[in-house]
Design a protein around this ligand. Structure first.
Ligand SMILES: NC(=O)C1=CN([C@@H]2O[C@H](COP(=O)(O)OP(=O)(O)OC[C@H]3O[C@@H](n4cnc5c(N)ncnc54)[C@H](O)[C@@H]3O)[C@@H](O)[C@H]2O)C=CC1
Ligand SMILES: O=C(O)C1=N[C@H](C(=O)O)C[C@H](O)C1
Length: 266
């Protein structure tokens, strides 16, 4: 059985905590360090909310990767730092598995070039939940036949980016099968700014942020005399962990950057 030496960036975050728990319970995963913004030199068990783990905390990723042998970085941090984290990992021959959202298409192109230049794998997955991948694939399938589409995503109010990475990825997948088109009335006017949401090739994306939500998305299609709704709900963050596990296992076999877990499920 293959074993993987892993580092988690963001261990005190909502997703980072789940990822640390995943690494500690999976026998083929060995958590060798965590990357935090604070607590350099402490141990995981010293961090708030942890009671076990003689695992070193680094605040400097370069130093971590220089001192330790690491196979995979799991990054669950913030849009502001995730790209730099990926660049540092790739430069050190460490394969990044990144759930952090907020990457632009240019970011993805340049990171893919870096992964290919190093000849190692990398995964950016805007959503690790298998049901969310199915929701996106079903939406892509439906958009071939029903071309009027609006996406409504709902998240907790601590989310930094809007729209969600999942909503953007859904729109990108739909745009592979649907020509850009203007939706709604050609003379429509917003009397309150942004009421019609973001415009992605004519598809409208609406972002709801409310306490009590986790991660939810509905893709709405309208046709003459009929509607179709495709909805996915993540009710907790454990829902993302089978996808993280899959990505860690698969990234070891890749030689390029893969954007979207759907490419690892086929
Ligand atoms: N791909 C997926 O399936 C999912 C992706 N996400 C994404 O994952 C990211 C994290 O989400 P949450 O855990 O909900 O956020 P969070 O705010 O609970 O956690 C983020 C953590 O990152 C840490 N952090 C910030 N800068 C850092 C740095 N330079 N080094 C190390 N740690 C750093 C913060 O201290 C914080 O603990 C977001 O971008 C979110 O959109 C969230 C859920 C599922
Ligand atoms: O911030 C979150 O919580 C989530 N972020 C991802 C996204 O932006 O799509 C995935 C999931 O929706 C939860």
């Amino acid at each position: 059985m293959n074993t993987y030496k892993l580092v988690v960036a963001g261990p005190r975050g909502k997703m980072g905590r789940e990822a640390v728990a995943l690494c500690l319970r999976e026998s083929q995963f060995e958590l060798v360090a965590v990357i935090d913004t604070q607590h350099d030199g402490a141990l995981l068990k010293d961090l708030d909310g942890y009671i076990e783990g003689d695992i070193p905390v680094y605040t400097n990723m370069e130093r971590c990767f220089s001192e330790l042998h690491v196979d995979v970085l799991i990054d669950l941090t913030t849009p502001a730092v995730a790209k730099t984290h990926m660049e540092i990992a790739l430069a050190h021959g460490v394969r990044p598995v990144v759930g952090t959202t907020g990457f632009t298409e240019d970011d993805i192109h340049s990171l893919r070039a870096q992964a290919e230049q190093k000849g190692i794998g990398a995964v950016i997955a805007p959503n690790f939940a298998i049901g969310a991948i199915l929701m996106m694939k079903f939406a892509q399938m439906a958009a071939q036949y029903m071309t009027d589409v609006e996406i409504i995503e709902q998240h907790h109010d601590a989310k930094l980016d809007a729209p969600s990475g999942t909503a953007l990825k859904t729109a990108q997948l739909i745009s592979e099968v649907r020509a850009p088109k203007t939706q709604g009335h050609s003379d429509e006017e917003e009397t309150l700014a942004h009421c019609r949401g973001g415009d992605f090739e004519g598809m409208r994306i609406h972002s709801v942020r409310l306490p009590g939500r986790v991660a939810h998305q509905e893709v709405l299609f309208g046709g003459e005399g009929q509607t179709l709704s495709i909805r996915h709900d993540s009710l907790n963050r454990a829902s993302f962990m089978p996808g993280v596990k899959l990505a860690v296992e698969q990234v070891m076999t890749l030689k390029t950057l893969v954007y979207g877990l759907e490419h690892l499920l086929d």
